[in-house]
Write a protein that binds this ligand. Structure first.
Ligand SMILES: [Ca+2]
Length: 115
């Protein structure tokens, strides 16, 4: 059984929850059999880029990978900015950057590689 490495690279045009304050986004990845993983938090941006704290390996059985983008908040619960589902069975072999459109607005780029 192969493993699937996921590197969350960036987000683009993420949803603003109000007109003034950009979100503090982080990306959460989860599969039904596996433990969820969250990237580090980026402050005050709708176009985050991750260079660390952004890599996780799953052991999928052709499962759906749930991709969620959350806004970190200090004084209230975090808010969901958008989500998408990726069928890991459709990811081709090799290292692939995939642009994943969220159900609200914006997208995230994740590099997937089976090994
Ligand atoms: Ca926030």
């Amino acid at each position: 059984m192969s493993s699937l490495a996921c590197i969350v690279k960036s987000g683009s045009n993420l949803k603003m929850r109000d007109l003034i304050t950009p979100p503090d986004p982080y990306v959460k990845l989860s599969t039904a059999p596996g433990s969820p993983f969250s990237t580090s938090v980026k402050s005050n941006t709708v176009n985050p880029t991750w260079t660390s704290g952004n890599t996780h390996t799953f052991h999928p059985y052709d499962v759906n990978l749930l991709v969620e983008v959350w806004d970190k908040d200090i004084l209230s619960p975090d808010d969901l900015l958008g989500s998408a589902t990726v069928d890991t069975g459709t990811i081709p072999p090799g290292a692939n950057d995939m642009t994943i459109n969220l159900d609200t607005q914006g997208s995230v780029v994740i590099n997937f590689s089976y090994f």
